[in-house]
Design a protein. Structure first.
Length: 324
């Protein structure tokens, strides 16, 4: 019996990739950068399964290019804003994602960025490398204390809750904004004080973003929101780049309206090397690596493979975005 034909849009960790290659007639895109739109439209023709990344736009046009045999789309990510869920559902195509597995790792990264921004770690390292360190100085690279500070979490889902738990070890006061969570249910119990977004922005020393990208959250942090923050505040984003208006953020940082920003995600992404945010000493940018630990990425690969193979067998996906 012929193996199902699938396309994998990037090399994923070996344990997951092996599962796919053993069970399928799999073509894997081997380049570091994603396939172009034109290439992707060609590669999906006649496939039964697609294992994609958040960098791949999977819309109605792409699904139709694949043809009526496409059974399942497995996204190597928790978020799935790169996929037109309505179009997939209308075509009877199931969508899988990888929730839960990267919660702790992403929370670690969010807190690492918070600490690095607060104490100006990268600036300090660059200062030494540039040969500027001549002596100990009473006012050299002064930053902000983390212990005892107020942390505002926007989006109290799994990751937001884990960031809050880490904050308790630093005796931080945690406040959060999330109109959709139930404060009486896990993981929200005892993680902080619920408030409005305006209250959070005005009262927080650190603001950490943990919301999905939707029409409601795009540019949630815009010029007006940034104007409500403290001049000493630090903004941390490990969710999605377009949650923050990059132009407004640059203006706020350059004018000293907020103290610092630490970004794992950007808009656009990747951020061009000549982007003006990268000219600022008070903006730390890393290349979307919040879930980038060996253990977590391997688990994600296995989950993505299991979703793909279940869909190809006509079985329920272990983690399905559109089960109905």
């Amino acid at each position: 019996m012929d193996k199902p034909k699938v396309f994998v849009t990037r090399v994923i960790p070996e344990e997951g990739l092996r599962l796919v290659q053993e069970a399928c007639d799999a073509e894997v895109w081997m380049e570091e950068v994603p396939p172009s739109r034109e290439t992707l439209l060609t590669k999906v023709q006649g496939i039964e399964g697609l294992l994609c990344l958040l960098t791949d736009e999977v819309d109605a046009e792409l699904m139709d290019a694949a043809g009526p045999g496409l059974e399942v789309i497995s996204n190597f990510a928790v978020g799935y804003d790169n996929i037109d869920v309505g179009a997939a559902t209308a075509r009877g195509i199931r969508i899988g994602n990888t929730p839960g597995v990267l919660t702790e790792t992403t929370a670690d990264m969010a807190f690492a960025l918070l600490m690095a921004a607060a104490r100006r770690i990268v600036e300090g390292a660059e200062y030494v490398k540039a040969g500027k360190w001549r002596t100990w100085g009473p006012t050299l690279l002064l930053g902000h204390d983390v212990h005892g500070a107020t942390l505002g979490i926007v989006g109290m889902g799994r990751i937001g809750a884990e960031v809050a738990r880490r904050a308790t070890g630093f005796n931080m006061q945690v406040i959060y904004f999330d109109p959709y969570c139930d404060p009486g249910k896990a993981p929200f119990v005892d993680v902080g004080l619920r408030c409005t977004l305006d209250e959070l922005l005005a009262e927080s020393d650190f603001v950490s973003l943990h919301v999905p990208l939707t029409s409601e959250t795009q540019h949630l942090i815009d010029a007006q929101a940034l104007a409500k923050m403290r001049r000493t505040a630090v903004l941390v984003n490990t969710s999605r780049g377009p949650i923050v208006d990059s132009e407004a953020l640059y203006e706020a940082l350059a004018a000293g309206k907020i103290s610092y920003a630490a970004l794992d995600v950007t808009d656009p992404e990747p951020l061009p090397p000549d982007h003006k945010l990268l000219t600022l000493d008070n903006c730390l940018v890393v290349p979307h690596i919040a879930s980038a630990s060996w253990a977590t990425r391997t688990k994600m690969a296995v989950m993505a493979a299991e979703n793909l193979l279940a869909g190809l067998r006509g079985e329920p996906l272990p983690h399905c975005v559109n089960p109905d």
